[in-house]
Ligand binder design. Sequence first.
Ligand code: FES
Length: 238
Amino acid sequence: MDRREFGEACAWGAGSLAATLAGHAWAAEARPRSYGRVLLVDELGQPLKAAGLRTQTNYVFHYPFEATPVFLLDLGKAATATQLVTREKQTYQWPGGVGQQRSLVAFSAICAHKLVYPTKELSFISFRKGAAVNPQTPSKGSDLIHCCADHSQYDPARGALVLNGPAEQPLCAVLIEHDAKTDQLTATGTLGGELFDDFFKKYEMKLSLEVGPNAKQAVARQSTVRELDRYCRNAVRC
Ligand code: FES
């Protein structure tokens, strides 16, 4: 490279860097966060097979921490990649569903509004097949995740995009891998607006009673998947 070419290359590089920085000033990107690789297992401790999941049924497991619940859903239809934005205006590309039909999705079950979550006793938030039936909460679609506390609705086929209600950002996505050979599922990380710090702050006492001293401990190795109706005594519908 001669002196002129070198000068042009430097000028191009500086311009390109400036353009990139300018772009990121208004559109910071939310990056995937890796946690431990955790195999999803059934209630007998055997690796869960994706083919064994019932479509449009609420399943719950805990990840990335012992006290943080996640919805696992087989939507029964392909979920394609979707561009989303967090409350802090960070953009991210939700990668869509996994599995043979790309229909398997997972989201943190902590509502992005006031952090309502499913416990063993009670759940105000869950996936609902079909449209919402409550006339006070006209549904902007069907097959949505509803939070009956203040009627936020999220679309799990579009990365848990907020369709209705006071929630200001999608549910945080949990990234899962599907092994086509074994049909097993592994949770690997999260993507989007995490609310775990707020969650632990808000419910510290409650979680220590519900889960014990390991509430904030990262889930290691495997996590048990249960149907919501088996995990929770009273799953409220709205
Ligand atoms: S806590 Fe879910 S909508 Fe308010």
